[in-house]
Write a protein that binds this ligand. Structure first.
Ligand SMILES: Cc1cc2nc3c(=O)[nH]c(=O)nc-3n(C[C@H](O)[C@H](O)[C@H](O)COP(=O)(O)OP(=O)(O)OC[C@H]3O[C@@H](n4cnc5c(N)ncnc54)[C@H](O)[C@@H]3O)c2cc1C
Length: 319
């Protein structure tokens, strides 16, 4: 990994005042786990022109670029991210609204930077069904589409009609129909390698009984309150293996409550790893490794992380 000089990063920010670039921004403040080193450059573009400007700059300077949403499913390593981290601004990329109905279904368009909770409550307020089970999942519409976030019987991809994404390699904008995309378990596959989701249009049905729909949402929220421990986490840390639950396997290894540094396996839900205050990314990586080894030794199952690990272990800044 090439080392970067502080002056070089500050120079990029100063030379491009319109792009709102922050050099050496701590990423721990942009994720729910609250760990990780700094981003070499961080920005929150408020227009597509600014977004393309930022991506072009990163490419010119030979820096990698990564888009994040609410950071509720990302673990940044302690060395930080040696490139540009972008969080889409909520003014330009955060709107949610109705489009004309099509084939008897109501179309709703949401920007990738909108909070997922905003999309869920908008749909509920319009008496539309399809998102009730997603209530309470933190993060943004863009992150939820990338992860195909879901709970119980619903996942994000179910209601997608069309999705607009930018190719991070060419900066070209493309619209993808649902059939072009593969919405899998906690993963969406795109026909391009580096998609940056800009927005999506969902086709939703009118709820037959809006009160029943609201009741279903309230039920999901209270189930969530009971099952997900409070505190700093990324929700489920591991994917559930086919036909089983990661939490059951971790609990079966007697790992509930196990700690490394300040990272701990929740005593309430064994698939949730908590930052008990001042944890480092290495604490989480070491705890994750221990869990993977013990589950494989006991059950012969190789757990896969659901949380996306990004960045580098070692610092990228030149002395
Ligand atoms: C308490 C808690 C409960 C949770 N419960 C659930 C649950 O029930 N079900 C569930 O599925 N998940 C759950 N999660 C995990 C997480 O909230 C979801 O995966 C969420 O959809 C991630 O959204 P985000 O905006 O935070 O994405 P981030 O964590 O910021 O990013 C996730 C991934 O998406 C990419 N990404 C983000 N935005 C874009 C974009 N615009 N274009 C392209 N790629 C993008 C990132 O690069 C990264 O790879 C939970 C997390 C927490 C903390």
């Amino acid at each position: 990994m090439p080392l970067l000089a502080k002056g070089f990063l500050e120079g990029i920010a100063l030379a491009n005042p319109g792009l709102g670039i922050i050099p050496m921004e701590p990423l721990s403040g942009h994720t729910s786990l609250g760990v990780g080193g700094p981003a070499a450059l961080f920005a929150r573009p408020e227009s597509e022109v600014a977004l393309i400007g930022l991506l072009g700059l990163a490419k010119k300077e030979g820096l990698p670029a990564l888009v994040i949403g609410g950071g509720t499913n990302i673990l940044f390593l302690d060395g930080g991210y040696p490139g540009l981290v972008i969080r889409l601004g909520s003014k330009a990329f955060g709107s949610v609204g109705k489009l004309p109905a099509q084939g008897g279904r109501q179309l709703v368009r949401a920007g990738a930077g909108a909070p997922l909770s905003g999309l869920v409550s908008f749909a509920m307020g319009e008496g539309l069904t399809g998102f009730e089970d997603l209530a309470g999942i933190p993060g943004t519409v863009g992150g939820a589409l990338r992860m195909n976030a879901g709970a119980k019987a619903q996942s994000m991809g179910d209601q997608v009609l069309e999705l607009e994404a930018m190719d991070l390699e060419s900066f070209g904008k493309r619209a993808f129909a649902k059939e072009d995309l593969a919405f899998l378990y906690r993963e969406t596959r795109f026909p391009i390698d580096a998609p940056l989701v800009l927005s999506a249009t969902f086709a939703l049905d009118k709820a037959e009984d809006p009160e029943l729909s609201k009741e279903r949402m309230r039920l999901r929220l209270s189930e969530r309150e009971r099952s997900i421990p409070p505190g700093r986490s990324a929700g489920s840390f591991f994917r559930n293996p086919q036909g089983d639950y990661a939490g059951r396997l971790i609990e079966g290894c007697g790992l509930k409550g196990r700690r490394i540094g300040a990272a701990a396996v929740s005593g309430r839900h064994a698939n949730v790893l908590l930052n008990e205050g001042g944890a480092s990314a290495s604490d989480f990586m070491n705890l994750s490794g221990l869990i993977e080894r013990e589950v494989e030794a006991r059950y012969g199952v190789r757990l896969q992380r659901e949380v996306r690990v990004e960045g580098s272990e070692l610092p990228f800044l030149q002395d």
